[in-house]
Design a protein around this ligand. Sequence first.
Ligand code: HEC
Length: 102
Amino acid sequence: MKKTTCLAGICLAGSLLTGCSDNNDFKPATGMDGMDIYANACSHCHGVNGSGKFGFLLKLTGSGSNTEEIVHKIRNGGHIMPAFPNIDTQHAGLVAAYIKTL
Ligand code: HEC
């Protein structure tokens, strides 16, 4: 129950930052690399450097997901995480590669 409450809080904070939308419309600008996209689209939920929020929650460092799974996650979203349909597979691949370096 406690975890659910925390996640809802993050979701709300995320919605406020991203404009109250389930579908995040962030679109990478020309020349953005994986780190730039991560900083703009992901860090407010997953923390700078993938360190997560509140310690372990939403931590991405050492994620067991492979690059393909991360790309899928970005493009399709999760149970709570919004989908990023405007991040094309090429850019999603850059973000995934960046996450794997964290
Ligand atoms: C609004 C908050 C939010 C944003 C923005 C967000 N995420 Fe997530 N993310 C979550 C939540 C919550 C989960 C876990 C539950 C789920 O799957 O929905 C998650 C799970 C993940 C996972 C799976 C965790 C694992 O260990 O494999 C990956 C990978 C991921 N996110 C990557 C990203 C990337 C890359 C971005 C930026 C393009 C991003 N997220 C943006 C909230 C967010």
